[in-house]
Design a protein around this ligand. Sequence first.
Ligand SMILES: Cc1ncc(COP(=O)(O)O)c(C=O)c1O
Length: 356
Amino acid sequence: MVAEEAVRLARLIEHKGPYDRDVNDEVLTLFEDSRKGFGDYIGASSDEIALTRNVSDGINIVATGFDWLPGDEVIITNEEHPSGSLPFMNLSERYGVNVKLLKFQTEPTQLLKDLESLVTDKTRLVFLSHVSTVDGARLPAREVGDFLKARDIPYMLDGAHAVGQFPVSMKELGCDFYAGCGHKWLLCQQGTGFLYVKKDWITKLKTSWVGWGMTEEYDLDSLSYTSLKTAQRFEFGTRYWATHASGIKALEFHNNIGPENIYRRSHDLASQLKRRLIDIPGISIKTPMAKTDSTGIVAFSTAGLNHPEPGNWLWNEHRILTAHNPKTQSMRIAAAFYLLEDEIDLLADKLSELAS
Ligand SMILES: Cc1ncc(COP(=O)(O)O)c(C=O)c1O
């Protein structure tokens, strides 16, 4: 569906030209529909959505949107993806911002206790992964939202592995910023990111990259401009609009199945795999078992296997795609909702073979 729509739009654009008025109208209308689609999917208004290329874009827009001073503090978790830590390490290098690490954990009381011990009057932003890229564990993000709201501390979540895995609601989470993408669990084309900026932050967060498309008024003679009052002010310039336009088909597909059903199905598949892994000697599951604390990602360490060799064997011999972390000698799989029970069993069989 997504591929067909992408090819249809690409044909239109390449055959008729991107500035053919009919083509331009259709593609730009679909682009705006995509903004609404992402907004509806996470319970936000279109005005609060900036369409980006990826999650990293969204994180960078927020990280560079504050007037940082030396000694300002940012709290991130110890399980951030490089795209979640580098933007803040960069602030440290450029402005002398102190980055503090919070231990990623699923138990809310201890998490909040640890967070409390890191917060000071210099804390200007708390940035956390909604789902750990390391083991797929799920952060008690709403509890953190309540905690930070009571202390008036800005809160950002990285939703790379959350959106499309389980229902996500901005109102419930209470965050100020949320970076997500269509190209992972939502099955949109690559290059389909979005950034949620809560209404009251739209005009407070500074714009670092500017260009045509982000102003409501602009006058070169007087060198003056007024930025849009929506999150579209964080976008600028020409993009391949059709990438986002085709993503609507993926959002429709997800909505038709229903985020709750997707969540249940992928939890069932992950649980099936975990039950099998428990019996395999040398394997130790890293991802929590409880549905509320986990996702369709399953991570486990493997005694005696030399990573990434098992991943090469699984791919070359069986076309099973896995992710590997040689540093922790562990591997990670994604039990996405569209997999079959037989495919999960095949993976477990092959892991048994490897272990023996
Ligand atoms: C938790 C997390 N954040 C950010 C990213 C980067 O996403 P993107 O490539 O869309 O910028 C990833 C990529 O896997 C990720 O796992």
